[in-house]
Design a protein around this ligand. Structure first.
Ligand code: PMP
Length: 370
C-alpha cells in the first residue's frame, strides 16, 4: 500500500510535547538537579544493578520500592504506585479519570502535560486561569466544582513554571467540597518542604504525585510515584503498562531512596541558591523575578513601560545559549509573555546566568538610548 489511513481524529492538530532538549554546558532548562550522584552511592547502585536478572521481567508493581516509599510516608503498600517517571502516572490518571464525556480542571499557566494528556484521551478541559501574580483563582475553582460535573482537578504545588505553592487551606477546602479526584502534583516538594500528605488520612479523593527526577538527581532513570487511597491506586493499576518500571530503574531507585538523607545537602544548596539568585536578580534592570518555592525561578523581561518584552526574552534565550547556558523560553506562551525559566544550577552556573542576563539587558538598554 502506498498510503496509510488516518490516525485517530483526536490527534489531528496535536503538536507533540517538545521539551526543547539541547546539549549545553549549563543545563538550566528542565529543572533537573545539576549534581551527579556521589561516588559511594554509585558504587552501591552498580552492585545492586549487577544482581538484576536481565532475562526476567521486572516485578510489575516494584513492590520492594513501594514498601520503602510506603513506610517512609506512613502508608501501606496499596497506597503507593510507581511509574516510568511522574509523566507516566499523569497519563495513567488522565486515562483512568478522563476520557470522552469527562471533564478536568486545569489551572494555567501550569505544566502543559495535563492539558495535552486530557486532549489525547478526549477529556474536556476547563481552564481556570491564574491571577496576574499566578495565584490560583480559588473561588472560581470552588464555584466550578460545585456544579458537580468535574472528574479531576490538577493542582501543581509548587506550580511549574511559575514557582509557588498552592495554599494548603485551599486544597483542604477543595478536597472537602468535591468528590472529583484532586491531583496534588508535588514534583518539587523536596524544595518547598511542604506537602499535603496529611490530608490523605481524611480524603479518599486526594492523590499526590512525586518524582525522583529533581531532588534525587535521577531524571535520566525515569521513576515517579503517587500516594493515594488504595481504591484510587487500584483504578490506576487497571490502565498502567504492566512492565513500565524496568528492573534496572527499580534497583537504582531502591538504593537512592534508602539513602535519601544523603541528598539533603544538595537540596539545601539548591534552596540557598534560589534565595541568593532572587537577591541577585533584583538588580538586573528590566527583569522581574517571581518568588519561588521550587528549584527554578521564572523571570519576566520588561519594556520601559512595564509591558512584557517577548522579543527581548527570545533574543536573551539565544544569547544565553550562545554562552553555553540553556534556559527555558516561555516568552510566547499564553500568560507567560516575556518569560524565561531558569533551573537552579551550581553556584558558578547561576552566577554565569545572572552575569550574562545583566549584560544582555544593559546592552539592550544602551542600544535603545542611541
Ligand atoms: N510534574 C511536574 C510539575 C513537572 O514539572 C514534571 C517534570 N517536568 C513532572 C511532573 C514529571 O517529571 P518526571 O516524569 O521526570 O517524573
Amino acid at each position: 500500500m502506498d498510503r496509510v489511513r488516518e490516525s485517530a481524529p483526536q490527534l489531528s492538530g496535536l503538536v507533540p510535547y517538545d521539551p526543547k532538549y539541547l546539549p549545553a554546558r549549563a543545563m538550566m532548562s528542565a529543572n533537573e538537579s545539576p549534581l551527579s550522584l556521589d561516588h559511594d552511592l554509585l558504587h552501591d547502585i552498580m552492585r545492586e544493578v549487577k544482581r538484576v536478572p536481565f532475562n526476567r521481567y521486572p516485578d510489575p508493581l516494584a513492590n520492594d520500592l513501594r514498601d520503602l516509599i510506603a513506610e517512609a510516608n506512613g502508608l501501606d503498600r496499596e497506597q503507593v504506585l510507581l511509574g516510568n517517571g511522574g509523566d507516566e502516572l499523569l497519563f495513567d490518571i488522565a486515562l483512568a479519570w478522563g476520557g470522552p464525556h469527562r471533564t478536568m480542571i486545569n489551572l494555567p499557566p501550569t505544566f502543559s502535560v495535563y492539558a495535552a494528556n486530557a486532549r489525547l484521551v478526549g477529556t474536556e478541559v476547563v481552564d481556570i486561569p491564574r491571577a496576574a501574580d499566578f495565584s490560583i483563582d480559588e473561588q472560581a475553582v470552588l464555584d466550578r466544582v460545585a456544579r458537580g460535573d468535574i472528574d479531576y482537578v490538577v493542582v501543581t504545588t509548587p506550580n511549574n513554571p511559575t514557582g509557588r505553592l498552592a495554599r494548603e487551606e485551599f486544597i483542604a477546602q477543595l478536597l472537602e467540597s468535591t468528590d472529583a479526584l484532586v491531583v496534588a502534583d508535588e514534583a518539587y516538594f523536596e524544595f518547598s518542604r511542604r506537602t499535603v500528605r496529611m490530608h490523605l488520612e481524611r480524603h479518599r479523593n486526594l492523590v499526590i504525585l512525586r518524582t525522583f527526577s529533581k531532588a534525587f538527581c535521577l531524571a535520566g532513570v525515569r521513576i515517579g510515584y503517587v500516594l493515594g487511597d488504595a481504591q484510587v491506586i487500584r483504578e490506576l493499576v487497571k490502565v498502567r503498562q504492566p512492565y513500565s518500571v524496568d528492573a534496572v530503574s527499580q534497583a537504582i531507585a531502591r538504593v537512592v531512596y534508602a539513602n535519601r538523607a544523603k541528598f539533603e545537602p544538595g537540596i539545601q544548596m539548591l534552596i540557598a541558591e534560589r534565595e541568593r539568585m532572587q537577591v541577585a536578580l533584583r538588580v538586573v534592570p528590566g527583569v522581574k523575578a517571581y518568588p519561588s518555592d521550587s528549584n527554578y525561578i521564572l523571570v519576566r523581561l520588561l519594556n520601559d513601560d512595564g509591558s512584557p518584552a517577548s522579543e527581548a526574552a527570545a533574543e536573551a534565550w539565544q544569547v544565553l545559549y550562545g554562552k553555553g547556558i540553556l534556559v527555558r523560553d516561555f516568552s510566547h506562551s499564553p500568560m507567560l509573555e516575556g518569560c524565561l525559566r531558569v533551573s537552579m544550577g551550581t553556584p558558578e552556573q547561576n552566577d554565569a546566568f545572572v552575569r550574562e542576563l545583566k549584560t544582555f539587558m544593559l546592552t539592550r538598554q544602551a542600544r535603545r538610548r542611541v
